[in-house]
Design a protein around this ligand. Structure first.
Ligand code: PAF
Length: 305
């Protein structure tokens, strides 16, 4: 069920919101024609890339962009090249009408919903390699996934040429890789990382949550609960003991299987051995909950701002 209440709150409190109708655009040419006029007027453009099936986590990114830019483009595109599991691609929820209602309520200026042919008129053979950032965790378990993410995100950056682009910290590794891609490819834009949005009970919002049965939804809660508890556990245990504790707690539920839990340096994404190894420490987890693959993460330590 979509929480319209939250979106309406976003709508009413957004600084740059003007009650204009959001436009839905399907081609790069049409989008660029619109944006060139607005950019010529000196307007700043924020881009929020999504794969649709939008929830309050996406709304927080859109809200942030609407507050920081005069124009907000939200792309809604289920990118085939980032799915290493084709079954997952088929099952991915596609809810464009509902997405557009939510985006309009959030004050987005444009929903950009291209076809696969529009984004990939020919196969994209580009290879992106940001080792060791993209060889660990998701990179190890989902070969080719980040290559597909970089293909589509770089195409979106080239098409929209935004001043800022917004990504959630829930996909922690994706955010680090996109930052590195921007650095290496010298894209002239700011990447804005936004905090994870959680349900009241702690479950990290995800488009995949819609696929959970009531029992799986109950079990899924164990992920965030275990991560939060592990912060206290970590105060008197080693990194290795903390990893083992998290994995064994979640694996004790018969329907759940931890694919990995790694405690890493938040910048390099490399595993740390001791709590003093870094001033930015993040635990990243992936769990199979029945057939649904869920990810989450938690910061044990953040650098002082
Ligand atoms: O995080 C996502 O939803 C996707 O990986 C992204 C960034 C929209 C690229 O398809």
């Amino acid at each position: 069920m979509v929480n319209y209440g939250l979106f309406c709150t976003v709508f009413q409190t957004t600084k740059n919101h003007k009650p204009i109708k959001m436009k839905v655009i399907h081609t790069i040419k049409d989008l660029q024609a619109e944006l060139s006029v607005l950019k010529a007027q000196g307007k700043k453009v924020g881009l929020v890339p999504t794969m649709g099936a939008l929830h309050a986590g996406h709304a927080s990114l859109v809200k942030r962009s609407v507050n920081e830019n005069e124009v907000t483009v939200v792309s809604v595109f289920v990118n085939p090249t980032q799915f290493n599991d084709k079954n997952d691609l088929v099952k991915y929820p596609r809810t464009l009408d509902a997405d557009c209602k939510l985006l309009e309520a959030c004050g987005a200026t444009y929903a950009f919903a291209p076809s696969v042919e529009e984004m990939y008129p020919e196969p994209d053979t580009r290879q992106f390699s940001y080792a060791p950032l993209d060889t660990v965790m998701e990179g190890a378990f989902r070969p080719g996934h980040f290559n597909g993410v970089c293909q589509i995100v770089s195409k979106l950056f080239e098409a929209v040429k935004p001043h800022r682009a917004y990504f959630g910290e829930k996909d922690f590794q994706q955010l680090a890789i996109i930052r590195e891609m921007v650095r290496q490819m010298q894209f002239d834009l700011e990447i804005v990382g936004c905090p994870i949005v959680r349900e009241e009970d702690g479950l990290a919002l995800s488009s995949r949550n819609a696929r959970l049965s009531a029992e799986e939804r109950e079990n899924a809660l164990k992920i965030s609960q275990t991560l939060f508890k592990s912060r206290t556990f970590a105060a008197s245990h080693s990194v290795k003991e903390t990893i083992d504790e998290v994995i064994s707690t979640i694996d004790a539920i018969p329907e759940m299987r931890v694919e990995y839990y790694e405690i890493v340096d938040g910048n390099t994404l490399q595993p740390i051995a001791g709590w003093n190894d870094s001033d930015y420490i993040v635990g990243c987890i992936t769990v199979y909950n029945g057939e649904v693959r869920l990810i989450d993460n938690i910061a044990y330590r953040r650098p002082e701002q």
